[in-house]
Design a protein around this ligand. Structure first.
Ligand SMILES: [Zn+2]
Length: 252
């Protein structure tokens, strides 16, 4: 995740200066080698019917993200696996799910002159905006210099009531379901993906720098439990009595 953090913070600084580049990127969409995720079939009726949820699998393609300290597993692969599991679970609850990627690729051109990370993020943002999503979940794996750090943690945009409430709801469900040895609390984070104008949360599923958690994250059963806990969080979020108030506060 650290690479993403630096990259997305850097992109924040570049955003206003790069608006022309962003427009060019959208024009060039048809020439992409990296394709947008394929549209999903209509979901069955369920408690999330009529809801559109964007699920962003962090990194991809040339950008592997964090690397497991013991096994060298790549964050991008685990992110995609969790995102696809979450897609299936949300769809089963009736949601229409918009994936920013459904394979191992980044949404940028191969031209080395283009700032790949910035273009990748801008195209993800364009996909989320064009799909009418009302909620965005960005899936990542964490890493930290202190290898003792562990546990899932959810980030929200600073001073964003709806994002914070969403993050708190997801964090509670993840802590309840996954029962980490250290139950973390939500944290504000300066990430591009949290600034797209809709309630958004960046979900760090666990630490690849912690040997025990690295092993846990490579268990398909554990990744399924992660996806289930996030899905439960989404269901809880849409049922929250405080949600309309938090959304209204965000729009002021
Ligand atoms: Zn990451």
């Amino acid at each position: 995740m650290e690479g993403t953090r630096r990259g997305w913070r850097k992109a924040l600084g570049l955003c206003s200066a790069a608006c022309c580049a962003a427009a060019l990127a959208l024009v060039a969409w048809g020439n992409l080698r990296a394709r947008p995720a394929q549209p999903a079939p209509a979901p069955p009726a369920g408690p999330l019917s009529g809801r559109v949820v964007a699920v962003d699998a962090g990194h991809g393609g040339y950008d592997g993200g964090a690397v497991g300290g013991a096994t060298r597993v790549l964050e991008k692969d685990l992110n995609l696996d969790v995102a696809l599991r979450l897609r299936d679970l949300l769809t089963a609850q009736g949601a229409q799910v918009l994936l920013t990627r459904d394979g191992d690729y980044a949404l940028c051109d191969e031209d080395p002159l283009i700032r790949k990370k910035l273009q990748d993020m801008q195209r993800r943002a364009a996909l989320v905006a064009s799909g009418g999503a009302e909620l965005l979940l960005s899936i990542h794996m964490n890493e930290y210099a202190d290898r003792r750090q562990s546990g899932p943690q959810v980030f929200h945009r600073p001073r964003c009531p709806a994002g914070r409430l969403l993050a708190e709801t997801l964090q509670q469900c993840m802590n309840d379901t996954l029962q980490p040895s250290r139950a973390r609390t939500v944290q504000a984070g300066d990430y591009y993906v949290l600034t797209l104008g809709l309630p958004a949360a960046l979900v760090e599923c666990g630490f690849l720098s912690n040997r025990a958690e690295e092993a846990l994250l490579q268990s398909a059963d554990y990744r399924q439990r992660i996806a289930q806990s996030v899905c439960e969080g989404v269901l809880a979020w849409f049922a929250l009595d405080e949600r309309p108030q938090a959304l209204a506060a965000q729009q002021r």
